[in-house]
Design a protein around this ligand. Structure first.
Ligand SMILES: Nc1nc2c(ncn2[C@@H]2O[C@H](COP(=O)(O)OP(=O)(O)OP(=O)(O)O)[C@@H](O)[C@H]2O)c(=O)[nH]1
Ligand SMILES: [Mg+2]
Ligand SMILES: [Zn+2]
Length: 373
């Protein structure tokens, strides 16, 4: 069974219906701002799907198509002010078909990347994620630099990454071992799971990572097998899967929306559309964790503001020359640092423009007030 409409599956999903709210990872958060008390009959729910700005929210009573209030839309300054899949929200149900989202509850984590083609803007991937499976296929699509990009966006969101190398049935054992060795030299302290959706080799290891009440997000390029893996884990054909393009051998972007699926064991999986780019935004702390070797060496640089590009007495460059840090990893680090700096500059420029515009508006109002019109 495959389906094209995101709404239909939830009505067929017995686990979701049997599930109490607390089983979907909800915990009373003491830091939670008080939910607007003058709104009677608000329910707490979780956004389980987003399809071109339509939301599906799951509350104890069932699932509802939901919209945000006009006020939320009006006051939203950027994408992160809108609900995302995985968000806990306060909703009011008006009729069997419609709920209105009044408030997004405090997020535990927010996974974001730099929006494609939009300077200084972030795109929200999902909220309240505990772990992210970063999927690349072993036969093609393998790219360590890209792994480091995904690790960076995960670490800056406080999400624990797990690497999945899919389609191992399409490569020889030697080829697979070479890839694993390559990962091992560049990436430390991250669990790596090679698996095949065809033979199901590696499923044991992946399933042992799935914990009740935790939310997992699947990230990766189109066609690497994210939806196939989620379908296999759930034992149902929830997500549509698609063959690769015969000319480019790449995925055809089969998944076109984000969706949260609850497994029988109580863990929750979020499927995502395949990503073409993983742009680094401000990446607070993310680069430092991904490239912790570089950061460690940088403590011994002669200058405290060393950019590790051409300075004398740079301990990082020295470590690269001695082979203690991989040159490719160092190059990737510098590239992402630059990207991060560019993002920050765009944000600063945008703020300046907005401020100038605000000033013009204010002056206009003042002028009109003085002229009494
Ligand atoms: N040989 C082999 N084929 C696989 C494996 N996993 C997935 N496939 C095939 O790869 C194709 C793409 O799989 P999907 O699950 O749709 O990929 P996806 O990552 O969800 O792609 P998008 O939704 O476009 O992002 C399908 O034809 C799958 O049958 C695997 O482990 N081995
Ligand atoms: Mg998919
Ligand atoms: Zn340096």
């Amino acid at each position: 069974m495959t389906r094209s409409h995101p709404l239909s599956v939830f009505n067929n999903n017995p686990f979701l219906f049997e599930m109490a709210l607390k089983d979907t990872g909800y915990t009373d958060n003491p830091e939670q701002p008080r939910i607007n008390q003058d709104m009677d009959g608000l329910d707490i729910g979780r956004i389980i799907a987003e399809h071109k700005e339509r939301y599906i929210v799951r509350i104890d009573k069932g699932e509802f198509e939901a919209e945000i209030t006009g006020n939320m839309r009006f006051t939203a300054e950027n994408r992160s002010d809108y609900p995302a899949v995985g968000d806990w929200v306060a909703v009011k149900v008006y009729d069997p078909d419609l709920a209105i989202i009044h408030q997004i509850l405090t997020r535990k984590s927010l996974l974001e990347r730099q929006a494609v083609d939009k300077k200084g803007e972030k795109q929200v991937i999902a909220a309240n994620i505990d772990y992210a499976f970063i999927v690349q296929s072993a036969d093609r699509d393998f790219n360590i630099n890209r792994f480091e990009r995904y690790l960076t966006i995960c670490y800056s969101a406080g999400i624990e990454p797990i690497i999945v190398l899919s389609k191992t049935d399409l490569v020889s054992e030697t080829e697979l071992n070479d890839l694993l060795a390559e990962i091992n030299t560049r990436i430390k302290k991250v669990e790596v799971i090679p698996l095949s959706n065809q033979t199901r080799d590696g499923y044991d290891k992946l399933e042992s990572c799935l914990i009740k009440g935790k939310t997992y997000c699947f990230l990766g390029s189109s066609g690497v097998g994210k939806s196939t893996l989620i379908n296999n884990l759930s034992g149902r054909e929830i997500m549509k899967t698609g063959s690769l393009s015969s000319s480019t051998k790449k995925g055809k972007h089969t998944t076109d929306h984000r969706e949260l699926i609850v497994l029988e064991n109580g863990s929750m999986l979020i499927d995502n559309p395949g990503m073409r780019e993983v742009g680094i935004a401000d990446a607070e702390g993310g680069l430092e964790t991904t490239f912790d070797m570089i950061i460690r060496f940088s403590a011994s640089c002669r200058f405290t503001d060393c950019t590790h590009t051409n300075e004398k007495g740079c301990a990082v460059i020295e470590a690269v020359e001695k082979g203690l840090i991989s040159r490719a990893s160092y190059d990737n680090y510098l590239k992402m640092e630059k990207e991060k700096a560019r993002f920050q500059t765009s944000i600063a420029e945008k703020r300046k423009k907005e401020k100038a515009f605000g000033k013009i508006c204010k002056e206009g109002t003042k002028y009109r007030k003085e002229r009494k019109y």
